[in-house]
Design a protein around this ligand. Structure first.
Ligand SMILES: [Zn+2]
Length: 95
């Protein structure tokens, strides 16, 4: 499944509810899910982390749907087989 197909599936499943909730409420859900992912990682609980990764992607996709962002296009445009900052693969940026 491509990112675009996942986004369309999420649109079919949840757009009516996501759109009603709005950007702020959906963003807040995404932020909560990121927090839960952080807790699962801190606890070194791989099973919980796997579920939280799924939730983060689901809520991120819902947010993209209600803001009219095509996630596949956005990610490929920015991360097209090289680092967007240094233009290298693998990245050679110094931190
Ligand atoms: Zn780089």
């Amino acid at each position: 499944m491509h990112i675009h197909e996942f986004q369309e599936m999420m649109r079919r499943l949840y757009f009516h509810r996501d759109n009603e909730r709005g950007v702020k409420g959906t963003y807040n859900w995404l932020a909560d899910e990121l927090g839960e992912l952080g807790e699962a990682l801190k606890a070194n609980d791989k099973e919980a982390a796997e579920k939280e990764f799924a939730d983060v992607i689901a809520w991120l996709t819902s947010l993209a749907n209600i803001t009219g962002i095509d996630l596949e296009r956005a990610t490929i445009n920015k991360y097209s087989d090289k680092c967007p900052k240094c233009q290298q693969s693998p990245c050679q940026c110094t931190f």
